[in-house]
Design a protein around this ligand. Structure first.
Ligand code: GLA
Ligand code: ZN
Length: 657
């Protein structure tokens, strides 16, 4: 198994490199990622390349058995480039171009920038082609942002022309009759500078899709060069988990061999284990495949303000949790804390002084565990019988029209994820295009933009025996962000056996009483944010509103459709209600945790030909005792375990049954 650190030899005297390599090796580190910000070091003047320093660093590492992932350095263009080509700067939404002095400050569609990109990527790829220590490539660093420059306007017009073919089709799709927005030439179409202005939702959605595609295209430009010069090595990019909302990550993942991502559990406060799990599952779902963590937090983090230092045991715990959810390699950010630059506060495994201390010892301890366990784990697959459907189009739509001040697609999504996570149900996060037939339960929260073919596949899924949960604001818009010409939930109303009679946008999360009934038992909950007053057309009512003018009206329904069941949740319920709903569905559809464990213990299952691996992660504040039955080998400790096993807080057992 690969286990590593992000390493910046250019930040340290060459005389130190050997000591670094020795310390790495002693900690079980066998891979580093390097060079992703070192453009000016590699190309000090246009067309003049210097790879000698990097060659020497790689030699030192390789001499200690450490392999290398090289990053292309395009997130940090050289000063000489940006001085002579200021048109390469990304222009922000307020039309101000970025300036020099930070990173991610370039425009991905600018042809000059793309030429310079080709040159540095080709030079690197040619120089390192076939190098035995270079095992793969990372492209750029944490793609994102949106650009509003003149080049992007032109690229947007070309993108639109390819998509719609004619202005007549575009005008019809967007509904440009409104406010006299009918376009008579492609170059009349603006970018949706938001400010205080409201744009056509079709335009706003397509601009977001276009900008996402622009990065996908810019990444492809680099992939093609790398594949041409250095075929056979993996190419990846470091994604930013579930939370990053500006790119369609399914599209960005498609051209890559593998997904990697950057996990910072304790950056602005400690993130709940369920939210880290959601991020891992989302990243695994991008290609339905295992992934790398390319940056795993290894010290206190921050740029201008510092967060808390990882508590003893947290770094190993985060590492094992990532592996449980499908990571096949862990790379810590960063090997040693830099003494200068914007991230002086962003700590790595070693402190500024390069002295190995507690965090190093924790990393080394996991390194030793992985030397024993890693190869059994790598390649095994996480098993999930439930899935959440993640729609970037819907996210983009809500970014443009957030409904009200308290609605959040992400929070709604997270609440369903967390209810199932609490029950230790294995979960996949899947795209709207995914094949759903293997899942017993699919939760598709607020699929706001719902193309007819996705609706059709949801119908087929339920009809064949699946359980679907969907929620308010699903099926509202067609793929052009135009409201459907049907009663809501539009293309889902037949499937859900329900229509929305009227709705109410609320500015509070606990505004309305929600009373469960029927299969959910009689209990009272709260809901808010949004209210769909429902009119069943064949569905059974399983909860009603208990306050406001819709008191007594249906809020949540369940509809037998074909062999399956479709639940429509017309509001944003509290966690207690979602928990009751999920418990009922899991019982009805026989979806269980791989093992019964006390509260606070997370269980994740990975499977391979070599058998079943059960990861037991005690995230509770104190010791927990887990009954592992006949048990088996604990890959973490190497011991055989059976019956009642005491796991300390932040302790991990990986049971090989
Ligand atoms: C990101 C980047 C890294 C570094 C860390 C810490 O994830 O990819 O280069 O900046 O954050 O800030
Ligand atoms: Zn641009």
């Amino acid at each position: 198994m690969y286990y590593g650190a992000d390493y910046y030899p250019e930040h340290w005297p060459e005389a130190r490199w050997t000591e670094d390599a020795v310390l790495m090796r002693e900690a079980g580190i066998n891979v580093v990622r390097m060079a992703e910000f070192a453009w000016t070091r590699m190309e000090p003047r246009e067309g003049t390349f210097d790879f000698a320093w990097l060659d020497r660093a790689i030699d030192v590492l390789a001499g200690h058995g450490i392999d290398v992932v090289l990053g292309t350095p395009t997130a940090t263009p050289p000063a000489w480039l940006m001085r002579s080509h200021p048109e390469c700067f990304l222009v922000e939404e307020d039309r101000r171009p970025l300036t020099f002095g930070h990173r991610r400050n370039y425009c991905p569609t600018n042809s000059t920038y793309r030429d310079h990109t080709r040159r540095i990527v080709a030079a690197m790829a040619e120089h390192y082609a076939g190098h035995p220590a270079v095992i793969g490539w990372q492209i750029d660093n944490e793609f994102g942002d949106r650009c509003y420059c003149d080049s992007c306007v032109r690229a947007f017009h070309i993108w639109l022309e390819a998509r719609y073919g004619s202005l007549e089709r575009l005008n019809a799709a967007w509904g440009t009759d409104f406010w006299s927005h009918i376009y008579t030439a492609w170059n009349e179409i603006p970018l949706p500078w938001s400010g205080s202005h409201t744009h056509n939702p079709g335009l706003a959605l397509d601009y977001r899709r276009f900008m996402s595609d622009a990065y996908v295209d810019y990444q492809r430009l680099q992939i093609e060069i790398l594949r041409q010069y250095d075929p056979g090595k993996f190419i990846t990019h470091n994604f930013m988990g579930f939370g990053y909302p500006k790119l369609n990550y399914y599209d960005l993942a498609q051209d890559l061999d593998m997904v990697a991502w950057d996990n910072y559990p304790r950056f602005q406060g400690l993130r709940h284990a369920s939210m880290l799990a959601l991020a891992h599952d989302t990243m695994r779902g991008l290609k339905s495949a295992n992934f790398w963590v390319m940056e795993e937090q290894s010290g206190p983090a921050g740029q201008t303000q510092l967060g808390k230092t990882p508590r003893p045991g947290e770094i190993p715990f985060w590492t094992w949790q990532a592996i449980a959810h499908g990571a096949d390699a862990i790379v810590y950010f960063r090997w040693r804390t830099c003494r200068f630059g914007a991230e002086e506060y962003w700590h790595g495994i070693l402190d500024h002084d390069g002295v190995p201390r507690r965090r190093y010892r924790e990393v080394a301890k996991v390194g030793a565990q992985l030397q024993r366990a890693g190869d059994v784990i790598v390649g095994s697959r996480v098993k999930a019988r439930a899935a959440l459907l993640l729609s970037y189009d819907s996210r983009f739509g809500f970014q443009n029209q957030p409904l009200n001040s308290v609605f959040s697609y992400e929070r709604v999504f997270e609440s369903y994820y967390r209810a199932l996570w609490n029950r230790n149900i294995g979960l996949d996060v899947v795209s709207p295009d995914a094949d759903l037939s293997d899942y017993a339960i699919v939760i598709a929260p607020s699929v706001y933009i719902l193309p007819e073919d996705v609706a059709r596949r949801l119908r087929e899924y339920v009809s064949a025996g699946g359980a679907l949960v969907t929620s308010c604001r699903s099926g509202v818009m067609d793929e052009h962000n135009v409201v459907v010409n049907q009663t809501l939930p539009g293309p889902l109303s037949e499937l859900c056996g329900v229509v929305v009679d009227e709705y109410d946008s609320l500015d509070s999360v606990d505004a309305v009483v929600l009373r469960a009934e029927g299969p959910l038992g009689d209990a009272q909950f709260m809901s808010g944010v949004w209210v769909d007053v429902l009119e069943p057309q064949g569905a059974e009512v399983i909860a009603r509103y208990g306050s406001d003018y819709y008191a007594g009206q249906p809020a949540v329904t369940a509809h037998r459709f074909g062999e399956g069941l479709a639940v429509y949740v017309g509001t944003v319920p509290d966690v207690a209600f979602i928990d009751v709903l999920c418990r009922w569905l899991c019982e009805e559809f026989d979806v269980r945790a791989p093992l019964d464990v006390p509260d606070g213990v997370e269980v994740v299952e990975r499977n391979s030909d070599a058998g079943r691996l059960l990861f037991l992660l005690n995230g509770a504040g104190g010791e927990r005792v887990v009954d592992v039955g006949v048990g088996g080998e604990d890959l973490v400790s190497g011991d055989m375990v059976a019956g009642h096993v005491a796991i300390p807080s932040l302790g991990v057992v990986v049971l090989r049954a």
